[in-house]
Design a protein around this ligand. Structure first.
Ligand code: E4P
Length: 217
């Protein structure tokens, strides 16, 4: 499973990349707004940090606008994946941008039928938002299960990019379903390392070791 980082915070991306945990990056208009930076500048900097796909989202909602913005974003670096919303115009833009050789991430997917349409539009990635479904009392992971099952019957090029991830269990369940990619906020990546018994066990080992008066080197 590939790990993308879901942030526009370049220092966080750099630090996780040094740990070998960044296969790509996703951003969205809210994350870019939070960074307080110009989109072209921040996307260019992220693309320098990682060679993996870096999603940059259009904000136009009509086809022509999405295509103009998408082409502008795609020119920033070879590893930009243009992100378009799962609307009819978004999927038309997806098809055109794919024909032009641009990677496309179709975002805001909440149903298996939307994911099927994105695959037919030759999306590079489909982003089902599982946390936002959990938030409204539905089981987001059922959506991943449904999409993986549907895609397994066909030869689609689209990869399932699990998005709106809120906790480590989301990753475990998505990996068990064979999802290709998950995009994680930096806090969730760091939480993957953690278990209280790891901390407790290490503390006990070090306390016992101290009593021996030995040092390994
Ligand atoms: C993915 O591409 C989105 O940027 C992100 O995962 C949305 O997550 P949220 O629902 O926590 O805002």
């Amino acid at each position: 499973m590939k790990f993308f980082v879901d942030t526009a915070d370049v220092s966080e991306i750099r630090s996780l990349a040094e740990a070998g945990l960044v296969d790509g990056v996703t951003t969205n208009p809210s994350l870019v707004a939070k960074s307080g930076r110009k989109i072209a500048e921040v996307i260019a900097e992220i693309c320098d940090v990682t060679p993996g796909p870096v999603s940059a989202e259009v904000t136009a909602t009509d086809l022509e606008g999405m295509l103009s913005e998408g082409r502008y974003l795609a020119k920033i670096a070879d590893n930009v994946a243009v992100k378009v919303p799962l609307t009819e115009a978004g999927l038309r833009a997806c098809r055109t941008l794919r024909d032009e050789g641009t990677m496309v991430n179709v975002t805001l997917c909440f149903t298996p039928q939307q994911a099927l349409l994105a695959a037919k539009a030759r999306a590079t990635f489909i982003s089902p938002f599982i946390g936002r479904l959990d938030d409204i009392g539905q089981d987001g992971m059922t959506l991943i299960d449904d999409i993986m099952q549907i895609y397994s019957h066909y030869d689609f090029e689209t990869e399932v990019l699990v998005a709106s991830v809120r906790n480590p269990l989301h990753i475990v369940r998505a990996a068990k379903l064979g999802a290709h990619v998950a995009t994680l906020p930096p806090s969730v990546i760091r939480a993957l390392f953690k278990h209280p018994l790891t901390d407790k066990g290490l503390e006990a080992f070090l306390a016992d070791w101290k009593k021996t008066g030995q040092s390994i080197l």
